[in-house]
Design a binder for this molecule. Structure first.
Ligand code: ATP
Ligand code: MG
Length: 462
């Protein structure tokens, strides 16, 4: 082969001295072998010996068509073409490699060929590494879409009652600490709003706020929702999945409806809260997390503990700071102010121009028992505002929208309370039926226990 003794030329530009080029070829971690047109082996680098185990002196000046007739170098010489991704065993060895070979052409004339190759396990390792990296990238992009931030702060919690202010003070102090918070209160009292506000006022406010609705996720999927899973961990686990705890790292996890999780999962949850570590479903790697936990439920957790449906140790783990948000009927001073804020939002949303509530409307709203709390107040005002074009909402406008008891009671004739109880129970049984399921539903709607319902059925001879 002809060459420039001093410098390598490419397109007339002097690039590298030949000794530097030789140094490079010796240093690269892939095997290099060069043969001339007739197959005489002219050069092998250090990595060649390392990969194949063949010393340079045993290889040089042999003919490639004899020693490795099926290799990529022989192929490239024979076909006078590039050969890529060629998998074969190096002649005279048991070493399997993947090679790429190219003809060496100078001034349009083919002078020989060069092959570069690597041990197949190196490639397999690289592929494995690539697969792992791809997985991480996939997980991360998946994660980006799932990480949520808190949406509300303490300034969104409206009210001026003493009861609410007491609770707000506890919540503000809780925000300043890193302790686990348990939010208790009836449906619609603002537990989720408080959870957001506590996160937002905490040192973790720039971290994620991740909510899991424990009642909404089917029991068999909840574990993987919490902890994530490894691909193939169970039927349907077609990809790796990051769990909510992992997503919450550096931030807050909000376990909503915590009273609804099974005893099996309660045990697993307890471990995470104690150790701040867990494994993905089907995974072996232990994942550590740094997060604050806020849990909420509208169920009576103490009662669930007493009846064995909620672990006592988990209850105490969660109940570090307990915040009981009182129902709206116990803080009627808040109604007018909250209603004012809701009306402002409705005006923006519905394009209405309602200025507020008339005095008799405030009175009517205050006389109602608000089983659905603030959420119900929002719904009532939204229904009132549809098609409303006055400036102040009156009692007459709201009364038809107050569900159930109070409006029904107004149209009801006065009677003995026990008579009214009998009528209500009878109506509930007519509506839901006298099967076990019907009775359970009737008891739930009447807000009495099943045992009490049975007693009353006996008492009134229904
Ligand atoms: N003090 C408040 N000021 C303003 N809005 C409130 C207040 N309390 C609750 N809300 C609003 O009432 C609605 C219900 O609140 P939230 O969802 O936080 O209740 P919850 O206690 O989580 O109810 P559930 O137990 O049914 O999940 C929300 O739209 C919330 O913004
Ligand atoms: Mg809620």
């Amino acid at each position: 082969m002809r060459g420039n003794k001093e410098k390598i030329l490419r397109g007339g530009v002097i690039l590298l001295p030949i000794d530097i080029l030789a140094g490079i070829l010796e240093a690269v971690p892939v095997a290099v072998e060069v043969a001339d047109n007739r197959g005489n082996i002219l050069y092998v680098n250090k990595a060649f010996t390392k990969v194949t185990g063949i010393p340079a002196e045993q290889r040089l000046h042999k003919n490639i068509f004899n020693v490795s007739p099926d290799g990529a170098l022989a192929l490239a010489l024979r076909k006078r073409k590039r050969v890529s991704g060629h998998r074969c065993i190096v002649g005279g060895t048991m070493v399997e490699v993947i090679s790429n070979a190219s003809p060496i052409t100078v001034d349009g004339k083919m002078l020989g060929a060069v092959v570069v190759f690597q041990h197949i396990t190196d490639i397999i390792n690289l592929l494995e590494e690539l697969r792992r990296s791809n997985n991480i990238i996939k997980n991360l992009s998946h994660k980006f879409g799932q990480v949520t931030r808190s949406k509300y702060s303490f300034s969104d919690i409206i009210g001026c009652s003493e009861e609410l202010n007491k609770v707000l003070t506890v919540a503000r102090n809780a925000a300043a600490s890193n302790s686990t918070v348990l939010l208790l209160g009836e449906s619609g009292t603002g537990k989720e709003l408080f959870a957001h506000a506590i996160h937002n006022a905490s040192a973790r406010k720039n971290g994620p706020f991740i909510k899991v609705n424990c009642a909404a996720v089917p029991e068999n999927l909840l574990e993987s929702e919490f902890f994530g899973h490894q691909k193939g961990a169970f039927t349907g686990a077609i990809n790796d999945k990051i769990g909510r705890f992992e997503l919450a790292n550096g931030g807050t996890i909000f376990l909503d409806e915590i009273g609804d999780i099974s005893l099996v999962l309660q045990a697993k949850l307890l471990r995470v809260l104690q150790e701040m570590e867990f494994e993905r479903v089907g995974g072996i790697e232990t994942i550590n997390v740094d997060m604050r936990v806020i849990a909420a439920t509208n169920r009576d957790l103490r009662q669930l503990v007493r009846t064995g449906r909620f672990r006592e140790d988990l209850f105490y783990r969660l109940n570090v700071i307990e915040i009981n948000i009182p129902p709206l009927r116990e803080r009627k001073d808040d109604i007018e102010m909250i209603a004012g804020s809701i009306i402002e939002k409705l005006n923006r949303k519905m394009g209405t121009q309602i200025k507020g509530l008339s005095a008799d409307a405030v009175e009517a709203l205050s006389g109602y028992h608000w089983p659905g709390n603030v959420r119900e107040l929002e719904n009532v005002l939204e229904r009132v505002s549809i098609g409303f074009n006055g400036s102040y909402i009156t009692a007459d406008a709201v009364k038809p929208h107050l569900n159930g008891f109070s409006s029904a009671a107004e149209s009801m004739e006065i009677m003995e309370i026990s008579k009214m109880e009998e009528i209500l129970i009878k109506r509930a049984l007519e509506k839901y039926g006298t099967s076990m399921k019907g009775k359970k539903k009737a008891a739930a709607v009447l807000n009495i226990s099943l045992a009490t319902l049975y007693n009353k059925i006996k008492k009134y001879n229904l």
